[in-house]
Design a protein around this ligand. Structure first.
Ligand SMILES: Cc1cc2nc3c(=O)[nH]c(=O)nc-3n(C[C@H](O)[C@H](O)[C@H](O)COP(=O)(O)OP(=O)(O)OC[C@H]3O[C@@H](n4cnc5c(N)ncnc54)[C@H](O)[C@@H]3O)c2cc1C
Length: 386
């Protein structure tokens, strides 16, 4: 077991770190305050640096690097803001992975290269108004009619909604209830019968688009089917990589918050000395570091073991669940170290705290992660309906 980054990985980390400091640190607070979406020109920049599709195969325009290396890049960007890391997240651990792992050759040729060029983003539509944690209750229906599926239904809280060019939509393909009837279909923006709800005003992660996807007799070509009925497990396996990305967003936020707290504690003076000289403040810093480093190890293990494929469900769920809780706690401590100023929008830690909260909801709540972890430990499924 080797805990050292290779020379190449260190170079990648430094390159993304410098980019984040130069391009994103000066702008992140303003984008968040105005809930503005990151200008699309930045996608091109990220693509030129090879960060879009970093872990996608070279054959489709990616860099052929590992999931772990994608995580290194996402963490460096998320230190500044989740919004700045979002395109790299989407293009490496998002639904593109479902296409890369399970799509047809034609689908890969069509959808992956534009993502790597920074010309396209793909989002995921799973959640519905009546199917959140109980995802397998989803009712968006896709009925085959000749060479098209006719899709009806509504998706909620789609990150990237309205802006992304294509959507991996979880649909019910047959009469079978629960997971058995669910598959995944790519639905492109602009397809007749596909529209968007209003943009959500969320507590955090502002600047990342989010809205409903509405399908009203939407005609989707038959060849857009990626995962067929009965293969719901494939969607979940690919989603475990997205969970590692979600955990990395938390890691980045928490690392950023720790750095803010360390700097502040050495500049703020009370009682005639720097507040870092008080043991209570030192303990807060130490508690933050303990949690950040533990989350980092869980994330690194899950993604190093995934190599260029998908992570083990147990490792991915542990990493996400721990990192989700950790980021809420660490940003709370960072705010506390800042005293009243932490509660002010003049300092970034209140934004970090609001952003951190969202990741423990997105991609399956902390509670649902625990249900999954317990089920994997006990090697039993627990029917939540009975
Ligand atoms: C910032 C953000 C981004 C998101 N991005 C996307 C996206 O891109 N695509 C997408 O499809 N969805 C997305 N979501 C939706 C997200 O996946 C759901 O919000 C989440 O799965 C929870 O569903 P819900 O909100 O309906 O809550 P509910 O399922 O109604 O849960 C409410 C509460 O009950 C608890 N609960 C429910 N069932 C159980 C149980 N069996 N045991 C214990 N506790 C339980 C939950 O943990 C929670 O605390 C996003 C959400 C957020 C906040």
């Amino acid at each position: 077991m080797d805990f050292q980054l290779t020379e190449e990985q260190l170079m990648l980390k430094k390159m993304v770190h410098d980019l984040a400091e130069k391009e994103f640190r000066p702008r992140a607070a303003e984008w968040e305050a105005k809930a503005e979406h990151m200008p699309l020109s930045y996608l091109k920049k990220l693509a030129e640096l090879g960060l879009m599709g970093l872990s996608l195969p070279v054959k489709y325009g990616g860099q052929g690097r590992s999931a772990f290396e994608a995580v290194i890049a996402i963490e460096e960007l998320a230190r500044i803001s989740s919004m700045c890391a979002a395109p790299v997240f989407e293009s490496n651990v998002g639904p593109v992975k479902v296409i890369e792992q399970f799509g047809t050759e034609e689908q890969k040729q069509k959808y992956l290269p534009p993502v790597c060029r920074g010309e396209s983003l793909i989002s995921i539509g799973m959640t519905e108004p009546e199917a959140g944690s109980a995802l397998t209750d989803l009712s968006t229906r896709a009925v085959l009619d000749g060479d098209h599926y006719i899709v009806n239904g509504q998706k909620r809280f789609c990150t990237g909604g309205g802006e992304s060019n294509a959507y991996m939509v979880y649909v019910r393909l047959g009469e079978q209830k629960g997971a058995k009837g669910i598959g995944g279909l790519i639905i492109e923006k602009g397809t007749p019968g596909f529209s968007f709800g209003k943009q959500e005003q969320l507590m955090g992660l502002r600047g990342m688009p989010s809205c409903d996807l509405i399908f009203d007799n939407c005609h989707v070509p038959r060849e857009n089917l990626v995962v067929k009925e009965g293969e719901f497990r494939k969607l979940m396996l690919a989603f475990d990589l997205e969970r590692c990305g979600n955990a990395t967003m938390c890691l980045g936020i928490a690392q950023g918050a720790l750095e803010e707290a360390i700097a502040y504690s050495q500049s703020r003076r009370q009682w005639g000395k720097d507040i870092c000289e008080f043991q209570a403040v030192q303990f807060m810093l130490a508690d933050m570091a303990l949690r950040v480093e533990a989350a980092r190890l869980l994330i690194y293990r899950a993604t190093v073991n995934a190599a260029t494929g998908l992570p083990a469900p147990f490792e991915a769920n542990l990493a996400k669940c721990f990192a989700n809780q950790m980021a809420r706690e660490v940003t709370g401590l960072a705010l506390q170290v800042h005293g009243g100023y932490g509660y002010s929008k003049e300092y970034p830690v209140e934004r970090m705290m609001r952003d951190a909260w969202g990741w423990g909801l997105a991609g399956g709540t902390i509670e649902i992660q625990k249900v999954t972890i317990a089920s994997l430990l006990l090697r039993r499924r627990f029917d939540q309906r009975r």
